[in-house]
Design a protein around this ligand. Sequence first.
Ligand SMILES: [Zn+2]
Length: 410
Amino acid sequence: MAERSWHERSLEEALTQPALRAGLRRALGAGPLCDRCLGRLCAAVDSGLSNERRGQAIRRALDAAPPGKSCWLCGGLFFDVDAWVSRALAALEGWEFDTFLVASHTDPKIEDRENVLHELAGDHLAEPYKQEFNREVGARLCDATGAEPDFTHPDIVVIADHARGSVAAEVRPLFVSGRYRKLVRGIPQCRWAAWPSSVQQIIGDVVCEAAQGEDHLFHGCGREDVDVRCLGERPFVLEVVRPRRRRLDWAAIADRINHSGAVEVLDLGRCGADDVARIKMLRPDKTYRALVRLDDPVGPPCSERLAGLVGRIRQRTPTRVLRRRPDRVRWRQVRSIVWRQLDCRTLEMEVRTEAGLYVKELVSGDGGRTQPNVAGVLGADAECAELDVLAVHTEEPTATEKPQSSSATE
Ligand SMILES: [Zn+2]
């Protein structure tokens, strides 16, 4: 006959076992125990019962005296749950949250006594006291606040310090996702002392004010240079530190940001902490528009050679970023190029590239560090006079696409 697990058995059935009964008698003989602390020794048996009910059933089965007004194990901690719930509610006052978690700094003295009890009675069916405490206070807070428990990413963690008798609230960040467009040149993506404004500040200051947060952090799916516009939509996650409000009017916030004229946001809303890592993992292709200025005049038959740039290029870390990036060689795909000649010294190119390709250096060649390059194939010094990100291709697969190139002349 298959052995049933402990939590499927009734406590009455389990309590017919002499070894278990003997262990529980030793526990009761060591000093007065409350029903919860007694019942917790059989926490794994009969999942439908509370530890308090288990304790009562154990006393009946062993013909033991009813519990007194003290407990040598918890020292009255479990008589005092109302007071702990009140302290928790006071710590939560003024913070808006939808999910929470109760955690405990345990009292080492209670843990020592719990170890003694487990040696007397055995611990194979027991659960730690803090587990019951957290569950009990958590259930009461659920009822009192209407918030849901969340064991992985709670909005707020209630931390009870059993030795000190205090409760603190640890407020987790508010994560906000969206996509942004940067409509002007001359602002960096992230807050930067050398610049008066940034995409981060234009978005983050508005969200942070609405959430009554203390600060914000910005996580972009890649980033464009200060002098580059991002007309395509770039995903981001904003992290608001210690927000007092979380249920925000996203449409009103987006309106205020879009009113800046410099940055626009789309699909603004709450997201999870996991989304930071998710958008950092994305390596989407980008499509750029580059305005290319040439030192020497170049005519259409010559510019046809630009088609030869489609394919794999070899790029050493650009000179301009060498101070903050290691010097190494990357191989990156140019997926497609279309261009039109504006005059004999000016070209407008639309280039689709793999993530991580430096387009300014694809144009100039960066002293031979990027090969091949626009200047090289045209036989004239070339520089990227203007650059825009036209699209961040987060939704499309890239592996199966065929390289292509074409020219358009007006
Ligand atoms: Zn107790």
